[in-house]
Design a protein around this ligand. Structure first.
Ligand SMILES: [Zn+2]
Length: 755
């Protein structure tokens, strides 16, 4: 206990160090007067989230398996609606009819050189009470695998990513007519069957290697947080880089009467059958493989020598699903704006899980609910957000962002007019704040992070994230960059959660936020992602859960209340310049490598190093990649940089006299122009071969999946050696950057005229 004089001293020190409520550094987009009021409301808000209520909501929502279409999924949605209504919020359910595949038959068996049948089962653990709810659990499977029944020789393909197939080709191993076995990791899972099919395989198995999230990483569940022998990662294998959402209704909402594709025509369903395996089930298959040993860095964590095959292992793979239209029930709350009701701030997290999903998604969803409770409390105390706030608990995220995508497509026209920003979370852990999203929101979210106290380190979450970036920098240059950066680095958006339709399809400024880095484990998409796991190994005190609610709630309030939208464009211009340099470096590296390889072919290097007992296929002379015309992008980024500076100057001028200019009614005109700046990044034509993806700054990679490809039109054309397309895309991108600069210039001019 602290003695009285000490307490007095501490109180004095606190009073000296903390500014009085309402004071603090300027808030972007607020006049000084409004910033004072805002800080008072925000500090009230941040005192509302409670670890106990976060914990209780997680307990309730993860009590039983609740995948899309299950009884519990529906019960949870209703529970969420009731909770929100009990706080006085206007909550309702919007339902869509989406295609969903659930397993009917699953067989994986070794038929030669001996027989073994995979159990395809995750056993209950006595320590984990929800792991025994087998009757309600979706069995382990990959949703939207094509139905099929194949028997074929097995080939080990490492992670099954493009460079692995290049390597196999050099080693003279073909997967044509084979079933491949790939380990999870290094790419999004849907890429593995896609590439396998492109290389002629007839089936695909994906297993969790203990090197990645099993005993190689640490103690396994229930002793530690990592994947146990029988743990399986479920997950969707739809071809997400083509389009997200319901496979039958690309680009339009999956309402009851929507026009639907025939299932056989749906291009995102896999071309070959796929099933996931635990390492317990994978080991006998891998052990039965012959052929040459796998390359050294392809050896995983199992106590065997990995071989490539093909054969003598032959595998029988049979997958049959129940394909049906399933209701996806999104919970939507609307808090109307008092001054600018036609400007919308949207905040979402999904509510469906693969099984119990305490971490994914409930740890993010309970933060959202706690934010809702906090906002509801403020509303009762007289807070009136300037803009409209929409809160969403999405259904059907796991099968492929179904609930959020169908909602976004259904409301596309309104969203294009009204949406200011979409903020997403999808689960949460312990550690450091990280953000993916729009560069235009980097400065904004950094200012929010500056005002959130880290619950376990004695500093704010911005400082902690910045210092960590220094600690983990991969090179001296990166470290220098990290030291110079005042902001939290907002990484480019790939895919893998509900922001996909908002950011990539509709061009809405977005953020995806979470705490993590001190919460490793291996229960992802298994029956062991449970309340017991989370409360034993993750944010056991629910303090990072509280920090997440404080962070996102503050961001939502600030976006909703700022007089001027807090976008900022110098980060955007900088990002475009960096990405351009990367693409130029990529082309140069490709030229250098082809040049070197051709030279070595000429010198007979490959003949000399070929071991005739273990022969490899020598490369042949390749055409040298041409120089490309990047001038349109260079001109575009230059103008973008100037426009960004012009906007910052206009804002500095507007902030004279305490930002009185921002209190003018005319500020709405500037905001209307600002809204268009993010839309300009996503022109209607979209990317080649995948027009659903419209954002030209970043996209999920065609052959990487979740991981973002920046300047994807140009970059992927170069990677695919489609030179004419690369030049076309450079011109398209240049035009887009000019448009974007123009939109920023208009906003800057309007801001300059405010007085
Ligand atoms: Zn999730």
């Amino acid at each position: 206990m602290v003695s009285f004089p000490e307490r007095l001293l501490m109180a004095t020190l606190l009073a000296l160090s903390a500014p009085p409520i309402g004071e603090g550094p300027p808030l972007r987009g607020f006049s000084e007067e409004s910033a004072r009021v805002q800080r008072e409301w925000e500090s009230k808000f941040r005192s509302t989230p409670e670890p106990d209520s976060l914990r209780e909501a997680m307990r309730v929502l993860s009590r039983r398996p609740h995948h899309l279409g299950s009884t519990r999924d529906s019960v949870n949605a209703d529970w969420i609606v009731q909770k929100l209504r009990s706080w006085g919020l206007d909550a309702k359910i919007e339902t869509f009819q989406v295609l969903f595949a659930t397993p009917k038959e699953r067989i994986v068996e070794l038929v030669a050189p001996h027989r073994f049948r995979a159990t395809l089962r995750e056993p209950a653990l006595k320590e984990d009470p929800t792991s025994s709810q087998q009757a309600e659990q979706l069995p382990s499977y990959n949703a939207f695998s094509r139905d099929g029944d194949v028997t074929a020789p097995l080939v080990y393909v490492n992670y099954g990513i493009p460079e692995d197939y290049d390597r196999l080709q050099r080693l003279g191993v073909s997967v044509k007519g084979a079933i491949v076995i790939a380990r999870y990791g290094r790419s999004w899972r849907g890429i593995k069957p896609k590439l396998a099919a492109e290389h002629g395989a007839v089936g695909c198995l994906i297993y969790s290697d203990p090197e990645d999230d099993g005993y190689h990483a640490g103690d396994v569940y229930p002793r530690g947080p990592y994947r146990p022998r029988e743990g399986v990662q479920r997950g969707s294998v739809l071809d997400m880089p083509l389009y997200a959402g319901d496979p039958l209704t690309p680009g339009v909402g999956a309402t009851a009467d929507a026009k639907r594709l025939d299932r056989n025509e749906a291009p995102t369903i896999t071309k070959i059958p796929v099933l996931p395996l635990s390492y317990a089930d994978a080991e006998p298959l891998l052990q039965a493989l012959g052929g040459r040993p796998a390359p050294r860095n392809w050896m995983g964590g199992l106590p065997i020598t990995y071989h490539l095959g093909p054969g003598p292992a032959r595998v029988h793979l049979r997958v049959r699903s129940d394909w049906r239209l399933t209701p996806a029930r999104d919970v939507i709350v609307r808090i109307p704006g008092s001054v600018a009701p036609d400007e919308w701030i949207i905040r979402g997290n999904h509510h469906d899980a693969w099984v119990n999903g305490a971490e994914d998604p409930i740890s993010g969803l309970v933060a959202l609910l706690e934010e809702a409770r906090g906002l509801a409390t403020l509303l009762k105390q007289g807070w009136h957000p300037r803009r409209t706030i929409i809160l969403a608990a999405w259904d059907g995220e796991e099968p492929m962002m179904l609930g959020s995508t169908e909602w976004a497509e259904t409301h596309a026209e309104e969203l294009a007019k009204h949406a200011v920003a979409y903020i997403n979370t999808d689960g949460n852990g312990r550690g450091f704040l990280s953000a993916d999203g729009s560069p235009a929101l980097q400065r904004f979210i950094s200012q929010v992070a500056r005002d959130i106290a880290d619950p376990e380190a004695n500093m704010n979450v911005l400082t902690r994230a910045r210092l960590r970036a220094i600690a983990t920098a991969s090179s001296g240059d990166r470290r220098k960059e990290a030291r110079a950066r005042a902001d939290l680095l907002v990484d480019p958006m790939g895919s893998g959660s509900d922001y996909t339709a908002f950011y990539h399809h509709l061009g809405i400024a977005s953020l995806d936020l979470s705490f993590g880095g001190e919460d490793d484990g291996g229960i992802y998409h298994s029956i062991y992602d449970s309340f017991h796991w989370f409360t034993t190994f993750s944010d056991t005190a629910f303090v990072y859960e509280r920090a997440l609610a404080q962070t996102v709630g503050t961001a939502v309030m600030r976006l909703a209340d700022a007089e001027l939208l807090p976008y900022e464009f110098t980060s955007l211009a900088q990002r475009a310049r960096t990405n351009l340099r990367e693409v130029q470096d990529l082309l140069k590296a490709m030229r250098d490598s082809v040049e070197e390889q051709n030279r070595q072919v000429g010198e007979s290097v490959f003949v000399a190093v070929n071991d005739p007992r273990r022969p490899t296929v020598a490369p042949t002379v390749e055409e040298l990649p041409p120089h490309l015309n990047f001038t349109p992008i260079e001109n575009g980024t230059d103008r973008l940089g100037r426009a960004a500076d012009q906007y910052e100057k206009a804002l500095t001028n507007a902030m004279k006299d305490g930002g009185k200019a921002l209190r003018s009614d005319e500020v709405d005109r500037v905001n209307a122009s600002l809204l268009l700046t993010e839309r300009a990044l996503a022109p209607e034509a979209g990317l080649p071969r995948r027009p659903w993806y419209k954002n030209l700054l970043s996209a999920p990679g065609w052959y990487t999946g979740y991981a973002a490809k920046t300047l994807p039109g140009v970059r992927e054309a170069i990677e695919g050696k489609r030179w004419a397309e690369a030049e076309e895309q450079a011109a398209t991108l240049g035009r887009m950057l000019e448009e974007e600069a123009g939109a920023i210039e208009r906003a800057a001019e309007e801001l300059e005229r405010l007085h």
